[in-house]
Ligand binder design. Structure first.
Ligand SMILES: [Cu+2]
Length: 103
């Protein structure tokens, strides 16, 4: 049986789907994109993204907000990324951003 703190770490790492909408909205789906602009002060990142399946959004370049500037850590324009996009408060959030692994 998992100890609570291990489960918390797993949730933070995104290894365990968030509970409420896990069934209809896979929390693990990431979208591909390229960083165009990073605004750490405003906590915004401009991403040229591919199709975002969970938002049914076609490819485009747009601005995403982040809740925590830490999400933007290490991001630079031109960087290929995989990220999680969520709709929130009439805008769009990038909740998880990772460097795309080199193929
Ligand atoms: Cu878009």
């Amino acid at each position: 049986m998992l100890r609570p703190w291990i489960l918390s770490l797993a949730l933070l790492a995104g290894l365990v789907p968030a509970l409420p909408h896990a069934a209809d909205r896979p929390a693990t789906a990431l979208s591909a994109g390229e960083v165009r602009k990073v605004d750490r002060e405003a906590k915004k990142v401009t991403i040229k993204h591919g199709p975002i399946e969970n938002l049914k959004m076609p490819p485009m370049t747009m601005v995403f907000r982040v809740k925590d500037a830490a999400v933007l850590e290490g991001l630079e324009p031109g960087m290929q990324i995989r990220f999680r996009a969520e709709e929130a408060d009439g805008g769009y959030l990038a909740t998880r951003v990772q460097k795309a692994s080199a193929k």
